[in-house]
Design a protein around this ligand. Structure first.
Ligand code: UDP
Ligand code: MG
Length: 320
């Protein structure tokens, strides 16, 4: 039985990989853990894959997956999650900003204290202000939407029970929302641990403002999907009904006005020509259409799941 799987997404990190893997191995040895490290090369354009290949020849606990191109951090984590056999699965960035010394503490919180997810909190963060300010805003909004009280959703260092990662799918820019995915899938015991954080030693950050904004759009999608994927009728049906009701009320008013107006000598033309009459007509039609859209969506989505979007073309040290 393997106690720990460490999943590391790798995109152009050739300089830090030897140091990182040595450090992880040292910590594992000191604590006597049985472990595997899954290095997922996410289409690096430097020599990262060659380095992973070489390191895995020297240490059978290191395993490697090679993507055919860059699919993003979420896809890399997902590929690692599918393969991880450890009782506890830890994710960690490859750039040495996260410290392997945190592994034993995280392991204990999951394996002994029984938490489903433990998220690292970079309380003293060593990143430029252009990252820390948007991040504060992001964490506030995510706390508000999800009701999960974490300080640092986007910390790369996290620990999970194995069954948690087997029951979620991470895609798009969703790696920021794994605690939400966990909670929504029924794994709601979520904890937090203050972790050390270092400035980037080699290379450069791959996450700028653009990816950050994409991440925000994903939050809208994911919240929506979570609520309505299985029951689109609850959304479209409600919207359609509201529109239909508006149209109905306007029409009722017009009929009332007509009867009342006619008695005052108004002509039918003068009522039907009103912009309000057309508004009522449009609202009625839109109402019916939305309702039908919801119904069709309901029929179509009843049996669907998200497809895996990445391709792996090579692997080392996996025996399955
Ligand atoms: N990463 C990845 N695919 C990408 C971008 C990044 O696998 O398309 C990895 C990267 O190699 C690192 C982790 O994701 O291990 C976090 O990236 P980075 O350090 O650039 O993010 P930051 O710490 O600046 O937020
Ligand atoms: Mg980093």
């Amino acid at each position: 039985m393997t106690q720990l799987s460490v999943v590391v997404p790798v995109f152009n990190e050739e300089e830090s990989l030897p140091e990182l893997t040595q450090w992880i191995s040292r910590v594992m040895k000191e604590h006597g853990f049985s472990y595997e490290v899954i290095l997922v090369n996410d289409g690096s354009t430097d020599r990262s894959w060659e380095v992973i290949h070489r390191l895995s020849q020297e240490n059978p606990n290191l395993k490697g997956l090679n993507f055919t191109r860059n699919f993003g951090k979420s896809a890399a984590l997902d590929a690692g999650f599918r393969r991880a056999v450890g009782e506890v699965v830890i994710t960690m960035d490859a750039d040495l900003q996260d410290s392997p010394d945190e592994i034993p503490g995280l392991y204990r919180m999951v394996a002994i204290d029984g938490l489903d997810v433990v998220s690292g909190w970079k309380k003293e963060r060593h990143d430029p202000i252009s990252k820390t300010i948007p991040s504060k805003f992001f964490n506030g909004v995510t706390r508000w939407i999800s009701g999960i009280q974490l300080h640092d959703f986007n910390c790369g260092l996290k620990a999970y029970k194995n069954k948690v990662v087997k029951n979620i799918h991470v895609y798009g820019e969703m790696h920021r929302y794994i605690p939400l995915l966990s909670k929504w899938n029924g794994f709601g015991k979520i904890g937090e641990k203050v972790v050390q954080h270092q400035p980037r030693k080699y290379g450069y950050s791959k996450f700028g403002l653009e990816r950050f904004l994409n991440g925000f759009l994903d939050l809208i999608t994911v919240s929506f999907v979570h609520r309505y994927k299985k029951k689109p009728m609850h959304f479209f049906g409600l919207l359609g009904s509201a529109s239909f009701l508006t149209g109905f009320l306007i029409t009722a008013w017009l009929i009332f006005e007509k009867i009342y107006g006619l008695s005052k000598g108004l002509k039918v033309r003068e009522i039907v020509d009103q912009p309000l009459f057309f508004l009522a007509l449009v609202a009625l039609i839109i109402g019916v259409q939305l309702f039908v859209t919801g119904f069709i969506a309901e029929l179509m989505t009843s049996n669907q799941s998200k497809e895996i979007e990445y391709k792996i073309d090579e692997e080392v040290n996996f025996d399955f």
